[in-house]
Design a protein around this ligand. Structure first.
Ligand SMILES: CC(C)NC(=O)[C@H](Cc1c[nH]c2ccccc12)NC(=O)[C@H](CCCC/N=C(/NCCC(=O)O)S[C@H]1O[C@H](COP(=O)(O)OP(=O)(O)OC[C@H]2O[C@@H](n3cnc4c(N)ncnc43)[C@H](O)[C@@H]2O)[C@@H](O)[C@H]1O)NC(=O)OCc1ccccc1
Length: 232
């Protein structure tokens, strides 16, 4: 089996499944986040307009939870791949946790934003998020109150870095999807885009994702085992 490094340009997409073994909840698995709170209430601009306190409480709790978790062998293997083959890996994550960076990955494209960052909806300024982010806090840049929100992409909002992501996707030699259910677009559409660009596609996931049939190869199991085996 070819080593990852001999494959040329690799585009990796990760989802909540890569952080599951670190103790970060996934969304759609049994007992997942969306079985406890309504997506519409906490992960949409409309939900934030309706009840910003509820949304801040949801993200402040997830942010506080980051202190209790650590990267796992899957995160570390991707950091090794980046270090061993500089310039060959594009790492795009749907995750808003900081475990890729804490595992040593230097270039991580967070297409759905970052829990550790805040965004002022008034002036667009971004900053490191305090533990107790709330709309009563004034923006450090414009000084206005009422616009502070977590720097995450909610449903109905445009994901970040889409031009760079598309450019890197269609110029890759291999597309690898790790720990994602393939339920949310535009990320769920990347495998079809890769296929139509003639790029090889590989799924590493606990179980077949919604788009599993679109992959050239699928390996099912724990990310902590599958990803190091793919890299090393
Ligand atoms: C529900 C779905 C149908 N809705 C959408 O897709 C919507 C609407 C939509 C757009 N286009 C469409 C086309 C068709 C239908 C609908 C749409 N999309 C949007 O609104 C997006 C914005 C979506 C982003 C929302 N924000 C998130 N997160 C941040 C916040 C937060 O985190 O709170 S989405 C959130 O859920 C998504 C899916 O979650 P996963 O990571 O896959 O996790 P999940 O729990 O589902 O699955 C875990 C998987 O891991 C596996 N697993 C578990 N343990 C392990 C383990 N140990 N090892 C390995 N694998 C494991 C499991 O088996 C499972 O398969 C992730 O993206 C995650 O970030 N914006 C947009 O489209 O803007 C316009 C546009 C148009 C054109 C081009 C660009 C833009």
């Amino acid at each position: 089996m070819k080593r990852a490094g001999d494959i040329g340009a690799i585009f990796v997409l990760t989802g909540a499944g890569i952080s599951a073994e670190s103790g970060v909840e996934t969304f759609r698995d049994v007992g997942g986040i969306w079985s406890k709170v309504r997506l519409e209430d906490v992960a949409t601009p409309e939900g934030f307009a309706r009840d910003p306190q509820k949304v801040h409480a949801f993200y402040n709790a997830r942010r506080a939870g980051l202190a209790a978790v650590d990267p796992n062998p899957a995160h570390r293997a991707l950091a090794r791949l980046e270090a061993e083959f500089p310039g060959q890996l594009t790492l795009v994550t749907q995750n808003i946790d900081d475990l890729h960076e804490r595992a040593g990955s230097k270039t991580v494209i967070h297409m759905h934003g970052e829990l550790v960052r805040s965004l002022c909806a008034r002036c667009g300024a971004r900053a490191d998020a305090p533990g107790d982010l709330s709309t009563t806090l004034a923006c450090g840049a414009c000084g206005k109150v009422g616009g502070m929100r977590p720097d995450v992409v909610w449903f109905g909002e445009m994901p970040y870095h889409m031009d760079e992501i598309t450019e890197r996707l269609i110029s890759a030699d291999l597309f690898v999807s790790i720990g994602t259910s393939g339920a949310v677009y535009p990320a769920a559409g990347f495998v079809a885009e890769a296929r139509s660009a003639g790029i090889s596609t590989l799924e590493l996931n606990l179980e077949p994702s919604e788009g599993s049939f679109l992959f050239d190869e699928a390996r099912h199991g724990l990310a902590s085992a599958l990803v190091p085996a793919f890299v090393d």
